[in-house]
Design a protein around this ligand. Sequence first.
Ligand code: NDP
Length: 518
Amino acid sequence: MSSEQPPKRPERAVKRAAPSALPAPVTPSTPHVASALAASSPWAYAPAPESKELALIRPRYGLFIDGQERAPASGEVVITYNPATEEPLAEVAKGGAEDADRAISAAERAYRKVWSKLAPRERAKYLYRISRILQERSREFAVTETLDSGKPIRESRDVDVPLAAAHFWYYAGWADKLQYAVPGRRPESHGVVGQVIPWNFPLLMLAWKIAPALAAGNTVVLKPASTTPLTALLFADVCRQADLPPGVVNIITGPGEMGMAIATDPRVAKVAFTGSTSVGIKIAQGIAGHGKALTLELGGKAANIVFEDAALDQAVEGVINGIFFNQGEVCCAGSRLLVQESIAEDFIARLKDRMSTLRVGDPMDKNTDVGAINSRAQMETIGELVASGVAEGANLWQPECVLPDRGWFYKPTLFTNVAQSHRIAREEIFGPVLSTITFRTVDEAIEKANNTAYGLSAGIWTEKGSRILQVAAQLKAGVVWANTFNRFDPTSPFGGYKESGYGREGGLQGLHAYLRSS
Ligand code: NDP
């Protein structure tokens, strides 16, 4: 045996984080412990930014009319900004009535000459193709959506883009089965449909509208919101990639008045709008008496009702998801928490603990829970409504969190001691702001939940199946979730009552909206 010692192996360079950056690996057993941890330790994650380079944003975009990119008649552009940095992202064509006219002519021609003559199964192939391309380009779409809208990349990547693809897939299946959608009657398409969409789910709202419209045999003129045009313009590229016949889908960017020009044009047979109640009313008035079909998906002030027998930690998660998903910029957000008085104190304590662990900041970071507010104007709306809540006597609470120096960010906000007459209990805030109201009995919960001008969605948290059925049947809301919230599926209809609008999107009902039947 040799006495020689083996040569010493060179020490491997091991990267160690500075001790202060590594909190002790403690698992919180209750939410109360979580807040203590959040306060006493950094509870920090290493940054996990998604790559901006995946977005391939061009400096300038034109209008997508008749399968081609065109300059607007005005020759003007508007700038779209990154809400998280306030930096410009791209220049986008500022369309007007003249451009709307050209787009509608293209859609009308495409309907008459191509799309209405195509065998339904051929239409289906285009929809499947679009769905596949969205899946293939999902990272590009997710990054573009997050940069343009401010929503966390985790949400655009895991919710918006997959659901958009799923809508095209689902409606592709219907394209050659329309006779089964309206049994005993003959389904016919409307012709040209005009669609105006908002900024909170830009790609997803596009999919909710374009997929059923094409499956039913219509052609489309769509206007995205001015602050979030990029994924719609990227979708124009998908239409070209899918070889969709020119004019079947036209996407034109421009101000609100252009949306009205699309809706009121006599060649547009059906109008679909998602946005504020005030604009929805204007559109309904503008087209009244012209025999056009109309679906309006407007605002909401949903009640998330927590009964004393609910699984409380699960309900806390549901309430958090209900109001802080997409920064609360969601028409069906659970913006009113109705909690049974017997558990209110405990529930609010758990909720505050959980809110203390929310990560607010860079939407491109995969750890971020609450991203940027879409626009300065929306920030001001939120600020004004929150100030009204304080002035009217509600108690405001916000977790300690440091907001980025730049960009439009708002702290998760909880109001307690809210009266039903307060503006924060009646008006749609469209921000990360939760208003809490208590109740004692089931009847009182139902009455308070329905005490709103809106009727889009609601949530029920209870262990009793019979109570779920009893309460859901009495809630005047288009969608009622039980022991969950904000779940979407292409096969499920979505829409509201009262000032939340009328008509349904999604599912078979969403297909009906794009069909006339004789
Ligand atoms: P709007 O209703 O103004 O915008 C929605 C869409 O309508 C956008 O494409 C917008 O274009 C377009 N539009 C604006 N004015 C007209 C018009 N006169 N005729 C036709 N189309 C028009 O919503 P805001 O962006 O002003 O948001 C205000 C509030 O509306 C929010 O605080 C929130 O409460 C609510 N809202 C509800 C949504 C929902 O999902 N139900 C979605 C968005 C907002 P442009 O962007 O160019 O102005």
